[in-house]
Design a protein around this ligand. Structure first.
Ligand code: ADP
Ligand code: MG
Length: 352
């Protein structure tokens, strides 16, 4: 597997009306060999453009793309040691599965026996031996996407690229396929760069999540880091659900703060410096709110039993906060209109 390094990468499109669109705005990014890295962000934030610059389908306006030790910024896609899996599968409709997978190796003029051996090995790994004679129209979307993945893997590229490969599949199959892709990626140990707008998919698959917005990287880190320590409100709201509360710093001792939230004081971890008296925003996830604690009395506005958890919406000083009480069986259920006592779990508080 190869590492990937993007250096000051920029792509500005000039539209037909001569408008400039900065799709990717000076991105710097390092992806380690064998890592599964996911670019996650809303539609239009520049994910596909970044991926296409790594693949060589799009030339950067500025900046460099290193694959391994080599700067490939000016190389054509076939000289980059990458392979891409597309949302629409992009299979040849008139070719059967075997020939679709074999296509790239034939272009490289590999010996027939080697092609047969490699294609059969991949078909076996993907448990698709019985499909080799079928053409794409004779297969479901999920099966076609597995062929598309097999076609990329058979090339044994240094880096595998995915652009929303599961978006055309139904919800259940999407979950099955993401587990399968992750398992294969770990078995093969291949560096993978994956693009999605689905935060759950990103969390479930990735070693590293890269949150993008408006052509820039907002934050990168492990799924846990991004979820537990979002750097700003955009990231907090994009990954999972976030309640964002107003608070004020009472004191800061170098590692912890005491933060005042509507006259209740909490101790929280500080990952930067704070000044006494400073106004801050505090992120608390729905599962970090403790039902039954008496720090605050709030009015229930939503009360939904979901099995694994009970979801509440309550009015908290004029804003709504979401609460997810885990394992609710046997606990008091509060109905809409009732009063409920709540508090916040200190280790779940994150100060922005
Ligand atoms: P994403 O994949 O995150 O949805 P894209 O990378 O496709 O985003 O697009 C980023 C921005 O660049 C968008 O504003 C999009 O409209 C614009 N864009 C993408 N491709 C072109 C193009 N060929 N010409 C002009 N604008 C483009
Ligand atoms: Mg896209």
């Amino acid at each position: 597997p190869k590492k990937v390094y993007l250096e000051d990468l920029n792509k500005t499109f000039i539209t037909a009306g001569k408008d400039k669109v900065v799709a990717v705005n000076d991105i710097n990014l390092k992806i380690e060999p064998g890592e599964f890295a996911t670019m996650l962000g809303p539609s239009g934030c520049g994910k596909t453009t970044t991926l296409r610059m790594i693949a060589g389908f799009e030339m950067p306006t500025k900046g460099n793309v290193f694959i391994g030790e080599e700067n490939v910024a000016n190389k054509t896609p076939d000289k980059r040691d990458t392979a891409m899996v597309f949302q629409n599968y992009a299979l040849f409709p008139h070719m059967n599965v075997f020939d679709n997978i074999a296509y790239g190796l034939k272009i490289l003029k590999r010996p027939k026996t080697e092609i047969k051996e490699r294609v059969e090995r991949i078909l076996k790994m993907m448990k698709m031996e019985d499909f080799s004679e079928r053409v794409p129209a004779q297969m479901s979307g999920g099966q076609q996407q597995r062929v598309s993945l097999a076609r990329a893997l058979v090339m044994e590229p240094g880096v595998l690229l995915f652009d929303e490969p599961l978006s055309n599949l139904d919800a259940k199959l999407r979950i099955h396929m993401r587990d399968e892709i992750r398992k294969i990626q770990q078995n093969v140990g291949i560096t993978s760069i994956y693009v999605t707008h689905d935060q759950e998919e990103a969390m479930a698959m990735s070693d590293k999540v890269i949150i993008m917005n408006n052509g820039v990287i907002e934050q990168q880190g492990t799924p846990q880091e991004i979820y537990q320590r979002p750097i700003n409100e955009f990231v907090a709201n994009f990954i999972g659900r976030a309640n964002i509360l107003d608070g004020q710093i009472e004191s800061f001792d170098g590692s912890d703060v005491i933060v005042n939230i509507y006259d209740v004081k909490y101790r929280a971890k500080a990952n930067r410096r704070f000044e006494t008296g400073q106004k801050v925003h505090v992120v608390i996830r729905p599962e970090g709110v403790i039902v039954g604690k008496q720090d605050f009395t709030v009015k229930v506005e939503k009360s939904v039993f979901m099995g694994q958890n009970h979801e509440y919406g309550v009015d908290f000083f004029g804003t709504n906060i979401e609460i997810s009480e885990n394992n609710p069986t046997g606990k008091t259920i509060y109905r809409i209109g009732e009063q409920m006592g709540i508090g916040f779990e200190e280790r779940a508080l994150h100060i922005l």
